[in-house]
Design a protein around this ligand. Sequence first.
Ligand SMILES: Cc1cc2nc3c(=O)[nH]c(=O)nc-3n(C[C@H](O)[C@H](O)[C@H](O)COP(=O)(O)O)c2cc1C
Length: 172
Amino acid sequence: MKPNIQPTAHELIMRDDDIIVTKTDSKGRITYCNRTFIEFSGYTENELLGRQHNIVRHPDMPRAVFKLLWDTIQTGEEFNGYVKNLHKDGGFYWVFANITPSQDASGQLLGFYSVRRKPRPAALEIIIPLYQEMLAVEKQAGTRQGVEAASDILQARIEQQHTDYGRFIFSI
Ligand SMILES: Cc1cc2nc3c(=O)[nH]c(=O)nc-3n(C[C@H](O)[C@H](O)[C@H](O)COP(=O)(O)O)c2cc1C
């Protein structure tokens, strides 16, 4: 069960040299985390291992972003994106995340690996209002239609720049 945490306005900011690392099994359960993840999440290693990664999910994150994340990594591709995460005490921290699938020599999926760095402030100026717009349509419509409508908003923004998601996310 995901703990019921009341989000606050307290922001934790990643340091320039910080790298937050986690690994999960193929179902998204945490199998490894580094000290920096322990620090930013606010949990102990014991509380984190074996838990679903949504333990740090922030309610300000649009579902459509996680759909894109999972659609991408489940087809064997790497995902890059901005994520707002929840600290155990209700605070939040932004990351720029890279998530990759891990496979054995025969191509069998072993799990996923995620490395995160401090996001560029200029990129967050674009991402924050974009996610707010996406979240608003998700809240307005039912879950399924909301995710589609939010995905359309993201897609429209990418098409405005005549590019694709992968290039867009590195261009901001
Ligand atoms: C390796 C890996 C790392 C992830 N990292 C995060 C993360 O930092 N924050 C987050 O909210 N979700 C992360 N996710 C996605 C979660 O598994 C989950 O899809 C997301 O939190 C949405 O939760 P929900 O489906 O319960 O709404 C990660 C998934 C994987 C496979």
